[in-house]
Every structure is written in C-alpha cells, then in structure tokens.
Design a binder for this molecule. Structure first.
Ligand code: AGP
Length: 606
C-alpha cells in the first residue's frame, strides 16, 4: 500500500506534496519522492527512507519551483527500498507514481526491452512509465487507455506529461484514489488525510475512470472517452480519524483490511488456479529433497508457524517443527542440509528471528523467509523470500500480517503436496479456489462486530481468562490469548483442551471465563466434552464454533457462530472473532489499543 498526492493550482506544489505525503506515511514509509513542473521541465527528487530524508534531499538540491506536481510515499512490493526504486518513475515523456501491483509487469518489461527500452529500477511502476511512453503520441488520455488494456493487477496512478505542464492525469483500479476539489486548485490523493488541510470536498474515482486535472477544471472520462459527472463528497473526519480511514484505531482498520490483504497475497501467486513460485528453493527438485521443515519465528508469527506445521504435516507428511526464535538460536538445534528453515516475520527485523536465520545459514541449511516488509534484514539475508502483501501494519498487535502469513503457508503446503505428487492438479486447484472464497466469508464476520463487542463486554472485568481448543483450534487459541493479553492486559492462557484435566482444570471455579474454539469436525465432540468439564466446575464459556457443527445453544453460556468453510481453512476465519474479542475488550477497558504498554511494533533487540 503506498501513498499518492498530486496538486495543480496557484500555490507552490512542493510544499503541498510534502505535507500531503506526511499525512500518508501510515500507508508506506520506506521511501518517497516528488516530481514538479519547473520552467517547463519535470524536476524529480526522491529518496530512500522516511519523509525527513526526502525533505533533507529537497533542501540539499533546492525545492522545485512550480505549481503542478505529483508525490509518492512507498511501501515496497517489487524492488527493495532504494533511491532508484523510489517513485516517481519516469520516461522521456512523463513522470508517474503508482500504488498497487502490476501482475504481468515482467512480460511487459521483456517486450519493452525488445523495443530498446532500458530499465534502471526493479519496479513494476517503471514498466508502466515506459509502456505509456511507448504508446504516447501527444495525447495522454489515449496513451493511458492503451496501457490499461494491457496491464493486469491493481493500480492508482498519478501522471504528469512533459508537454502538458499544467495538468495531472490519474486513474485507478482496486487501489484507492480521490480527486480533491479546491478553489483555483485541485488535487489527487490516495486518501483524504493528504488533502484535508486544503479541502474537504472530493470525488471518489470508480474503476478505470481517467481524470484530467488542471487548476480550473476536473475532467473525468470512462475508457470510451465519455464525460462523467460525479457526486461531490464532503469529508466529515478530523485528520487523526482520517488517517485511520474513519476507524477509531489502526488495529480495527487492519482487522478490516484482512480480506483485501489476503486477496493481494494469494491472487498474484496463482497461475491457472495453481500455486506458482519462482524461487529455486521451491522448485520440484528442491521440494522433493527436503527431509524436515523448521519454522522459526516469535510471537504471533510463531503462532502462524503452528498452523503451517499442521498443514505441512497433514498434506506433505514432511516432519515439521515450530521453534521460538529466542530458543532456537541458543538450543544448538539439530539441522541437516536436507532440511528447510522457514523464517516468519512481519517486520523482517526481529532480532531473535534474524539471529535464528543467521544460525541456520551458518549450518548451511536452505532458508526461506515469509516477510511483510520488502528489503528488511531478514528478507535480504534469507536464501529466498516470499513477501506477504498486507501493506503497512501500524498497530503493535499483529492481525492482517498473521492472516497473510498463514495464507502463505496454505499456498506452500498445497504447492509442496503437488510437487511431491501427493496432490493432483485438480485437488490443488480445488483448495486454491476455496481459499479465494475466504475473503468473502471474512467480510460476513466483519459485518457482525457488535456480537464480538457484546461478548467482550461480558468478560471485560476478568482477571484471568482461558482459551481452549484442539488441533488447529489449539493453535488459534494461542493467538487469541496473545491478542487479548497484549492489548487488554487481562492475564489469559491457551490450553490444548485435552490437557485441562492434567492440571489446569484446578483453576476453573465459579464464573471463570473460558473461550472454547470448535471448528474441526473430527475433534468437536471431544472439545464439547471439555466444555462440559469446565462448565460443571462453574466456568462461564464463550464458544466460538463453526456454523456447520451440530452444537446445541445450551452447550455454552454464549455461542459465536463462524461461517463454515473447509475445516482445514477455518483458521483464516476463526482468527477474526478472536482479534475482535481482544480489540473490544481492550477498548472497553480503556487501554491504548494501537500502542500497548511496554510493547514495540518491531523487537529489534534481544
Ligand atoms: C504480535 O501481536 C506481537 N506484537 C508480537 O508477538 C510480534 O508478532 C512478534 O514480535 C514478531 O514480530 P515480527 O513478526 O515482526 O517478527
């Protein structure tokens, strides 16, 4: 997810672009840049790092003087953060900023290279710049239209063409873009915060509506060139609310971003309905060589690894271990060169996880990283990296990053099973299709947050709370417990439900809250017995159960039904009520949800 701003009017564009980009840093902040018309030329200044680094560079090189320009703050997806990979990107005829992922950029790049184009960056955006250049014959609208017919993927584009010095062109598909309406000035932006200081009035752009913007006019056309009239919206949010997209906290915003994050992480990795990976580590000969898989991570990422273990062992029968990185690095682990170590980290900078990666590499074991931050230390040092495309995760409590991590494990497990001839292409395609149906089911759950809020209110004053589950539900219980602890400060523990009678059940007395997960048809009756055990000892039970299971309403004090999916895919759904339960409990307790006490978003020290 990146941030785009554009301005054309009477004021100095550079100041407005920088101010706007600063308000979009929550969308991406590993590099940024501006392109401004100055005396008929496009002057581009861009830099790796935060907005302060860009402003330092603008001071050093001199602020471009002009009233029309575009700007971008980047969350890298293709090409690690660097000056060269920063936006804007350019060609002979234009400068462009882009938010999104062009899925067929490599194919387009090869065709442009065959026409003599030379590329300097690793980005898909530079391919767009050269493709526009290739089709440009003096009419920006026509060039844009021809490019849109050839690209697949998501985009929000801001463009300025050298021989149209007082105009900005824009278009979007899947990625957001609005048109800000001022007096003798107009704007484009990825999101309202960028322009709220200058205007509250804006148009919402629909898919493939091409905008031609000047200080006096806003022209919006469909691909057929028909002029469109648009409804003017007026922002009602204050700036802080706007940065959270109207959500009260980044954590809730990121919980709601999960369906889209899942789509963005999965879809580009499916070709003809089957998982496709380019890494050598994941080619058939390598996959057939692996004797054991070690998944190493911390916290929530480690919990994602537990789901990964269950999937690998169920479908590939490759023995799989999950290790806490801070233990792994000091335990002198038993590793073989025929193993695969999978390192999982949202930030890609967690010290213990990075140390575990280095240990595995010292032992000569192939290392694959699943990371959300492009160009991070773990991403750079692993033998291969699979980026999750969840976009920046601002809240300290990890939500969407966790979900896309386990979605990556699903794809890898399907892929390994197919490479090892344990899955046919048809079987693999069926599971991949089922995964593509998950975002819609996630949205069903997200339409009923009030239910989670109500249950949270029932338990908000608890001092101790237990999560129980079996199999995958146990892995989810661990994640649910961590979420609740870290943001509501309620002590909670997760237990394999069958383990209760071996000690913990002594803690169950009258009204002790227990959250029981029940999504696995083969195990639910056993968990139901455990629920009865704790209820007979006075527990107050919230049951989170798959709606497909024959469980009577009397089984628990409260039941939250989860839309049914293939039982193996249920973690992608059951995690959402767990996140919402923790979120609303923390809100009701007046906790600082996005920045819980004592915690940092990335633990870069031991
Ligand atoms: C998640 O809610 C926690 N904030 C924490 O456990 C986190 O998952 C852990 O620190 C690992 O971070 P990483 O994924 O960036 O490596």
């Amino acid at each position: 997810m990146c941030g785009i701003v554009g301005y054309v009017g009477k004021q100095q564009a550079s100041d407005i672009l920088v101010n706007g980009l600063r308000k979009l840093e929550y969308r991406g902040y590993d590099s940024s840049g501006i392109a401004v018309f100055e005396q008929g030329q496009i002057k581009v200044i861009k830099a790796k790092g935060r907005m302060d680094d860009l402003e330092d560079k603008i001071l050093e090189l001199g602020k471009p003087k002009g009233v029309c320009g575009i700007g971008h703050t980047r969350w890298a997806t293709h090409g690690e953060p660097s000056d060269i990979n920063s936006h804007p990107h350019g060609s002979k005829t234009l400068s462009i900023v882009h938010n999104g992922i062009i899925e067929n950029y490599l194919e387009l790049k090869a065709r442009l290279e065959a026409h003599g184009y030379v590329f300097e960056s690793e980005t898909d955006t530079e391919v767009l710049a050269k493709l526009l250049d290739y089709f440009y014959e003096g009419n920006p609208f026509e060039a844009i239209k021809r490019v849109l017919h050839r690209v697949h993927g998501s985009y929000a584009l801001g463009m300025i063409f050298k021989d149209h010095p007082d105009q900005i062109f824009a278009v979007r598909k899947d990625s957001p873009l609005i048109v800000g309406l001022g007096t003798d000035e107009n704007f484009i932006a990825s999101d309202i915060p960028a322009i709220l200081r200058y205007t509250k009035n804006y148009y919402l752009l629909e898919e493939n509506e091409i905008v031609t913007l000047s200080d006096q006019n806003v022209l919006i056309q469909n691909l057929d060139g028909e002029m469109l009239t648009k409804e003017v919206f007026t922002a009602k949010w204050d700036l802080e609310a706007a940065e959270k997209g109207g959500f009260p906290h980044f954590m809730l915003k990121e919980i709601f971003e999960q369906p889209e994050a899942l789509r963005k992480t999965i879809s580009p990795r499916l070709k003809n309905g089957l998982p496709e990976f380019e890494l050598d580590l994941l080619q058939q000969d390598a996959v057939n060589r692996y004797q054991k898989i070690h998944i190493v991570a911390c916290g929530t990422a480690m919990h994602a690894g537990m789901v990964g273990k269950a999937l690998f062992e169920k479908w590939t029968r490759i023995p799989t271990d999950v290790a806490i990185a801070s233990e792994f690095r000091y335990n002198d682990p038993i590793l073989s060169k025929e193993d695969l170590v999978i390192i999982v980290s949202q930030s890609g900078e967690t010290a213990d996880t990075l140390a575990a990666l280095r240990l595995a590499k010292q032992r000569g074991v192939p290392t694959l990283a699943i990371v959300n931050v492009v160009g991070s230390s773990i991403a750079r040092e692993a033998d291969g990296v699979l980026y999750t495309w969840a976009g920046p995760e601002i809240a300290v409590a990890s939500t969407k990053a966790y979900t896309v991590q386990i979605s990556m494990f699903y794809l890898l497990a399907f892929h390994f099973a197919r490479m090892r001839k344990l899955f046919t292409d048809e079987e693999t395609a069926v599971y991949c299709q089922k995964m593509l149906e998950i975002p819609e089911k996630m949205n069903e759950i997200l339409q009923h947050t009030d239910e989670c809020k109500y249950y949270a209110s029932r338990f908000q004053n608890s001092s101790d709370l237990f999560f129980i589950g079996r199999g995958l539900d146990y892995s989810m219980s661990l994640e649910g417990s961590l979420k609740l602890k870290e943001i509501s400060y309620i002590h909670s523990e997760a237990y394999a439900a069958g383990e209760l009678k071996h000690g913990t059940i002594s803690l169950i007395t009258d009204r002790v809250p227990v959250v029981a997960l029940m999504t696995q048809p083969k195990l639910y009756e056993k968990t139901l017995s455990n629920v009865k055990e704790v209820k007979t000892r006075g527990a107050c039970v919230l049951l989170m159960a798959s709606s497909g299971l024959p469980v009577s309403e009397e089984s628990a004090d409260y039941i939250l039904w989860i839309p049914e999916a293939d039982d193996i895919l249920m973690p992608l759904l059951s995690v959402i009520p767990l996140q919402l339960f923790a979120y609303y409990t923390a809100v009701l307790r007046g906790c600082d949800v996005d920045k819980p006490r004592n915690l940092a978003k990335s633990v870069t020290v031991e």
